[in-house]
Design a protein around this ligand. Structure first.
Ligand code: NAD
Length: 541
């Protein structure tokens, strides 16, 4: 604490800009897009505030036009990772001692830089290299990231205000120390906001960080680092490295000073990282904190009382925005037999009306999936559904990777509630629907609970309060974020803290104080005013 109990600005959610024809934001983002599309960038590692070029490079391209190279990035050697760790530990000496208001000032400034001068650039980068439509880029790279930064500053001070009782004899103070050592952020491709938030929130709490972004998100990661640098994050506090994830992770986790993993990505990788930490546990100076938000197989259940048009809309929006590549995207739906004909007609109408192509064309609702690996996996499951007797594709089912990795939004209807695409996370624009007997609602709720290892998001649609209550209870452990009469996507920072349990993660709720608490190690300080001078208690006579 400095010399005052400072209040921080009250956090408010950043308003989403419309990008309607003729709006200034539309013009600005298109101009930034064209500029960035036509200029190749070179992205070095960023260690101790310096650009580090290793000369060993890979190219970055746009998923919707994979032959178009937008730049290169440098791959780290083991020695670069060792440098990043050493430099972070050195920076910790001053960063961990800096009064919190300076940390708050830096990240509040970063939020305003994104809201203003960097908005078009960070959105355009996300459109180009992650193939988001302008709306999806705006709600992620701008609004959600700004919200994370603003709300986390507020949550940080809420945490600091949490203090124990004291008495006239002794004053009890809780000091929220950063973790001893350095932390490690490993981030996914699908949200620019998550990529920035994972290292930023740990640094905000006074920690130093080695950050490894996804290979498919480096283009926008570069803008994030430019923002952090301009906002005043000191050298060595956040170090960014790219390259072989296994080598980087092994080097990080071999260090006795490793003190925390902040991961978002797939379940299998997270479990592997947890295992590595376990294998090294005897060598660490402190027990590392492990936070991981992972995969999902998110559901929609409609009750027979639901409005079928609302059900169809929840499916169209919940399953296909950003090509289904949201961890929260609906990918299995349970529709009662009495509503099926209307729901089917409407979803087919909706999905066939989606336009697919480059995000530069604002008529497109769907663009490409992230890379060839994802494209091939999705194509394999679609082919499987074409051949399997218990599955039928009612809309979509085509794919084409000649120019970009385009998968048509696809709906599979299955007669087998445990069909492979009802259970497995595909992470693409493929929704599977099981039509259940409208009189078997309770059994269907149980089926949802037993079908998948995941428990991230889910939604119930109904106009019957008893049915809503039954689903809320029966599905208590099936989703960390549960929606009533809505789609299961679109969590907003400060409003719906996000995270799931079971194989979906440690449920530490990004965008809330619960997450920030994982990055501090409280020290209790008791100060006694009149110190005793005689060991004998009164009962001793
Ligand atoms: P991914 O698991 O492929 O990659 C995530 C990160 O792990 C990347 O930085 C990647 O380079 C790294 N990685 C890959 N192999 C590694 C290894 N052997 N050792 C160390 N690091 C390694 O995930 P992705 O494709 O980038 O993202 C999609 C996944 O993330 C989906 O499963 C999705 O559900 C999940 N996700 C979850 C949430 C959530 O909040 N629960 C949010 C976003 C994404």
């Amino acid at each position: 604490m400095g010399k005052g109990f400072f209040n921080v600005p009250i956090a408010i959610n950043e308003p989403v800009k419309s990008y309607a024809p003729g709006s200034p934001e539309r013009e600005a983002v298109l101009e930034a897009y064209k500029d960035m599309w036509n200029t190749k960038i070179d992205v070095p590692l960023y260690i101790n505030g310096k650009d580090v070029s290793t000369g060993n490079t890979k190219t970055m391209s746009a998923p919707h036009d994979h032959q178009h190279v937008v730049g290169t990035y440098h791959l780290a050697e083991k020695s670069n990772i060792e440098d990043a760790i050493a430099t972070a530990l050195e920076a910790r000496k001053t960063w961990s001692q800096l009064p919190w208001e300076h940390r708050a000032g830096i990240f509040l400034k970063a939020a305003e830089l994104i809201a203003g001068p960097y908005r078009a650039k960070i959105n355009a980068a996300t459109m180009i290299a992650q193939s988001k439509t302008v709306h999806q880029a705006e709600i992620d790279a701008s609004c959600e990231l700004i919200d994370f930064l603003r709300f986390n500053v507020q949550f940080m001070t809420d945490i600091y205000h949490e203090q124990p009782e004291s008495s006239s004899e002794a004053w009890n103070r809780l000091e929220y120390r950063p973790l001893e050592g350095f932390t490690y952020a490993v981030t996914p491709f699908n949200f620019t906001a998550i990529a920035a938030n994972l290292p930023a929130c740990m640094a905000m709490m006074g920690n130093v960080v080695v950050w490894k972004p996804s290979d498919s998100q480096i283009f926008s990661a570069k803008i994030i680092m430019d923002v952090f640098k301009e906002a005043g994050v000191p050298d060595g506090v956040i170090n960014v490295v790219f390259g072989d994830p296994a080598m980087i992770t092994d080097t990080v986790m071999e260090s006795p000073d490793f003190s925390g993993l902040h991961f978002t990505g797939s379940t299998f990788i997270f479990k592997e990282l947890w295992k590595k930490i376990g294998n090294n546990i005897h060598s660490y100076k402190t027990y590392p904190r492990i936070v991981g938000e992972t995969g999902g197989k998110d559901f929609i259940i409609a009750h027979k009382s639901a409005n079928p048009i609302q059900v169809a809309t929840a499916i169209s929006r919940g399953a296909f925005e950003f090509q289904g590549q949201k961890c929260s995207a609906a990918s299995r739906a349970y529709v009662p037999s009495n509503l099926w004909d209307t729901v089917k007609e409407r979803v087919i109408k909706d999905v066939t009306s989606f336009k697919m192509g480059s995000p530069e064309d604002f008529n497109n609702f769907i663009t490409a999936v992230i890379h060839e690996g994802s494209f091939d996996k999705l194509a394999k499951y679609i082919d499987g559904a074409k051949n399997d007797a218990d599955a039928e594709i009612i809309v979509g089912g085509n794919y084409d990777k000649s120019k970009g990795y385009f998968i048509e939004p696809t709906i599979i209807v299955t007669s087998n509630p445990k069909y492979t695409t009802m259970c497995t996370e595909l992470f693409g624009p493929v929704m599977t629907i099981y039509v259940y007997d409208e009189n078997h609602y309770s059994e269907t709720l149980q089926l949802i609970d037993e079908t998948s290892e995941y428990a991230l998001t889910g939604a119930v649609l109904s106009t019957d309060r008893y049915a809503i209550d039954e689903a809320t209870k029966a599905l208590q452990n099936c989703a960390g974020n549960f929606y009533i009469n809505d789609k299961p996507t679109g969590a907003v920072v400060g409003q719906q803290p996000f995270g799931g349990a079971r194989a979906s993660g440690t449920n530490d709720k990004a965008g809330s104080a619960l997450n920030l608490l994982r990055w501090v190690s409280p020290r209790m300080i008791k100060e006694t005013f009149v110190t005793p001078t005689n060991y004998r208690y009164p009962f001793l006579g």
